[in-house]
Each structure stands twice: as structure tokens, then as C-alpha cells.
Design a protein around this ligand. Structure first.
Ligand SMILES: CC/C=C\C/C=C\C/C=C\C/C=C\C/C=C\C/C=C\CCC(=O)SCCNC(=O)CCNC(=O)[C@H](O)C(C)(C)COP(=O)(O)OP(=O)(O)OC[C@H]1O[C@@H](n2cnc3c(N)ncnc32)[C@H](O)[C@@H]1OP(=O)(O)O
Ligand SMILES: CCCCCCCCCCCCCCCC(=O)OC[C@@H](O)COP(=O)(O)O
Length: 377
């Protein structure tokens, strides 16, 4: 193991990375609040500024994945579709199996220049996560409680708001609604059986309401659905802590571009279309399992330097004052100040660990574990 690799596993490095992320995140959240008076005057300008501010936060996680852990991202897609990525609005339908699939998704967004404006139908709980959840308010992310009767109105309204968005965006939908676990899979296949639908081996049964309402409300705004299937080489189950420790993974993403006007308008036909899509996705995963690759031509969309430069900017800006502050505290000789600072650092570390915990599947929700009550705990 090289010296750099050992360095990447050191707690001190992790604390510095988390400190830079938190402090820069709070500064950016504050700047986002400062854009509030601009919204009634020039909404499109406020949105563009927020895209750039949001980029400055989310690209830190991309830099962590691309540059710190050195994770490689390979894209399997048709060359004629590749030309359009980043140049149109699209709905991305992605499987939800991995703790870092959000970072991998963001990395592809970054490679095609749509990271700042990327959108998702996210569970409401994520809106309370400091920095990222707060940033999402200003990026007009669509939140849901995963209780359709309560969600219908707000989801439709939030989708309609995106119709005049000034930047190209990708709208991500994890139609399975929750991350894959054996227990959730078993229950979801019981639901499939009751509905007379074919069983899926690698996916949960998709929830169709969110997809159908998104297609309905973004017709005319979005030109295609990107059916995306993600896997990691060597049966790896990557984690955010692994990435933080500098572990290198290899992501493979298979993307099919499907023009939106080929998707049925009628709600039940649209739902049937989505079920069929998930049966196809299951076949692609089976193909991957058997051959170690997806069908289609391979490309590695080039790295761009901006995520790294943004990260280095924040490191340079924030690490020097931290060192000076710690030095002054130590030199002050006051036990009280040193104890208070230590307690504060400990509290921040616990908070950071809680945020990382949000990405962990075994700390995930119970949504989809009770087919009758459809509970979210
Ligand atoms: C070129 C490169 C291309 C691509 C690059 C890839 C990606 C990059 C793109 C963008 C990146 C952007 C951002 C990424 C950053 C961060 C993202 C991070 C994470 C956020 C993700 C989440 O939070 S996922 C959780 C929230 N989202 C969702 O749930 C979306 C999917 N869900 C829906 O759409 C739902 O319909 C709903 C939420 C709108 C409503 O849910 P609800 O459960 O209330 O209603 P439904 O009617 O849908 O469900 C009930 C029906 O389901 C049946 N049922 C009951 N139990 C089960 C079960 N266990 N399994 C399956 N089905 C079940 C039930 O019988 C009901 O059936 P009916 O027939 O009566 O409808
Ligand atoms: C450089 C920064 C280093 C430190 C970073 C810490 C950042 C923590 C970021 C928290 C962002 C959380 C986004 C998680 C997205 C996610 O994957 O959510 C899960 C939901 O879909 C489904 O939830 P569930 O029903 O529980 O499976």
C-alpha cells in the first residue's frame, strides 16, 4: 500500500474533508438564502445562480468519488444517444441498489455538464439533512412522503414549476421507491404475484404513480427517458465510508435513450410500460451477471477539472484559518476553551456520522417492508 493510500485511510484526513464540506456547505446555504429577494424580481437569474451554488456543494462529493477514491465510471450506450446527453432535458430511471448510487449519478451529471441543475423525486426525510437537503430547497427538488394521497398535489405542482427551468436538467426517478434488500424484494415479489406480474430477480417492483405523473407533467419540457441500469464490478457493494477511505470502485452504467413521445399517455398503459421496462432492466442485470458487462458500445465520458478545482478552492480557503484557530486555542492555555472546542468537534463528528448514516442501507426506512399498510417508518 503506497503512502498516499495510507494517508487516505487516516481519521485526520476524513475530519478535514468533512470540515471543508460542512463549513463550505453552510456558507453556500447562506448565500442561497441571500438569493431569496431576487426570486420575485428575476426568477430565472435566481435559479441560474442557485445552480452554480448547488454545484459547489454536490461537486465536492463527485471530487471525492472521482479524484480521492479514483473510482472509474464506464458508460454503455449507443453513440447516437451519447451526442444528446447534456443537451436536452431528460427523465432518468435508475435502479436503487447501492449506497453511493447518488454519487455515481452525480458523477455522470458532472461529466455531461448538468450537475448543478440535476433534479430528483426524493423522500421528504432528505430535505432535513443539513447542507444537501437545504441546498435542494433552492434547486426546486421534488419531495414526496411516499404516501400518494398526500403527495399527489405537491408533486404535480413541483413538476409543473420545472416547465420553464432555464438550464438543461436530468430528473432522476428511483421507481422502486427504496433501496433493494432481500426482505423488501421478497415482499415486493409477493405483490407482483398478486397483481399477476412477472417476477423480477434484481429489482423491486416499480411504483408507477410517480413515473406516470412525471411523464404527464413534463411532456413538452423533457424529450427523452434515459433508462439507466447501474452495477459495480466484482460484485462490490460500495459505501461512502469506503470512498472516504480512498477505496477505488468501478461503476458500469447502461443507458438507453427512449424518446418521450413513444411512452403512452394513458395512465394504466404508462404503468404497464414501466413494468415492462423493469422486466427488461432485469434481463440487462442478468446479462451483466453472466458476462461481466452490459450490452452496447463502451465509452468513458471524460473527466472535467471543475469538481477538483472547486474542492481545492474550498480546501485552500478553509484549512488555513482552521489551523490558525486550533493553534491559538492551544496557545491560550485555557483548559475550559480546549474542553469546549473538543466537545464542539466531537458533536460535529457525530453529526457528520449521522449524515453518512443516511446513505447506509441497513439504516434505511421500512418503506416497502409491509405490503398491506405500505408503511414508512
Ligand atoms: C447518461 C447518463 C444517464 C444517467 C445518469 C444517472 C443518474 C443521474 C441523474 C440525476 C441525478 C440527480 C440527483 C441524484 C442525487 C441524489 C439522489 C438521492 C436520492 C433520493 C432518492 C430517493 O429519495 S428514493 C425515494 C423517494 N422517491 C420515490 O419513491 C420515487 C418512486 N416512487 C413513486 O413514484 C411513488 O409512486 C410515489 C412516491 C409517488 C407514491 O408512493 P406510494 O407508495 O404512496 O404510492 P404508489 O401508489 O406508487 O404505491 C402503492 C402501489 O404499490 C403497491 N405496493 C404495495 N407494496 C408494495 C411493495 N412492497 N412493492 C411494490 N408495490 C407495492 C400497492 O399495491 C399499490 O399498487 P396500486 O396498483 O394500488 O397502485
Ligand atoms: C466531501 C463530503 C464528505 C462527507 C459527505 C457526507 C454527506 C452525506 C450526504 C447525505 C446525502 C444523502 C443522500 C442519500 C440518498 C439516498 O440514497 O437516499 C435513500 C433513499 O433514496 C431511499 O431510502 P430508503 O427507503 O431508506 O432505502
Amino acid at each position: 500500500m503506497g503512502i498516499l493510500q495510507v494517508l487516505k485511510t487516516q481519521l485526520l484526513c476524513h475530519l478535514i474533508i468533512c470540515y471543508v464540506f460542512l463549513v463550505s456547505g453552510f456558507i453556500i446555504n447562506l448565500l442561497q438564502i441571500c438569493t431569496l429577494p431576487l426570486w420575485p424580481i428575476n426568477k430565472q437569474l435566481a435559479r441560474k445562480i442557485n445552480c452554480r451554488l448547488g454545484y459547489s456543494i454536490s461537486s465536492q462529493l463527485v471530487a471525492l468519488l472521482e479524484w480521492w477514491s479514483g473510482t472509474e465510471c464506464t458508460l454503455y450506450t449507443a453513440p447516437e444517444s451519447y451526442k444528446l446527453y447534456g443537451k436536452e432535458n431528460a427523465i432518468v430511471v435508475l435502479n436503487h441498489n447501492f449506497e453511493i448510487d447518488f454519487m455515481t449519478g452525480w458523477t455522470f451529471c458532472e461529466r455531461f455538464g448538468v450537475l448543478g441543475s440535476s433534479k430528483v423525486l426524493a423522500k421528504k426525510e432528505l430535505s432535513f439533512v443539513p447542507v444537501i437537503g437545504w441546498m435542494w430547497y433552492f434547486l426546486e427538488i421534488v419531495f414526496c412522503k411516499r404516501q400518494w394521497e398526500e403527495d399527489r398535489k405537491t408533486v404535480v405542482q413541483s413538476l409543473r414549476n420545472l416547465r420553464d427551468y432555464p438550464e438543461n436538467f436530468w430528473f432522476l426517478l428511483h421507481c422502486e421507491g427504496t433501496r433493494f434488500t432481500e426482505k423488501k424484494h421478497k415482499i415486493s415479489m409477493e405483490v407482483a404475484e398478486k397483481k399477476g406480474l412477472p417476477k423480477l430477480k434484481y429489482h423491486l417492483l416499480p411504483r408507477t404513480k410517480g413515473f406516470c405523473v412525471t411523464v404527464q407533467n413534463l411532456r413538452g419540457t423533457v424529450t427523452a427517458v434515459y433508462d439507466s441500469t447501474l452495477n459495480f464490478r466484482n460484485n462490490e457493494m460500495p459505501t461512502l465510508l469506503g470512498v472516504l477511505n480512498g477505496k477505488k470502485y468501478h461503476a458500469d452504467l447502461y443507458v438507453r435513450r427512449i424518446p418521450l413521445d413513444t411512452i403512452p399517455e394513458d395512465e394504466s398503459e404508462c404503468a404497464a410500460w414501466l413494468h415492462k421496462l423493469y422486466q427488461e432492466k432485469d434481463e440487462f442485470q442478468e446479462h451483466y451477471r453472466q458476462t461481466g458487462r452490459f450490452p452496447g458500445a463502451i465509452t468513458s465520458p471524460p473527466h472535467r477539472p471543475w469538481a477538483l478545482l472547486n474542492w481545492l478552492f474550498w480546501v485552500c480557503l478553509l484549512v488555513y484559518p482552521l489551523c490558525m484557530l486550533l493553534l491559538q486555542l492551544l496557545l491560550s492555555g485555557s483548559t475550559f476553551t480546549v474542553v469546549c472546542t473538543s466537545v464542539f468537534c466531537l458533536a460535529v463528528s457525530v453529526g457528520m456520522r449521522w449524515m453518512i448514516g443516511q446513505t447506509e442501507i441497513d439504516k434505511g426506512s421500512n418503506y416497502g417492508r409491509d405490503q398491506d399498510k405500505n408503511t414508512v417508518i
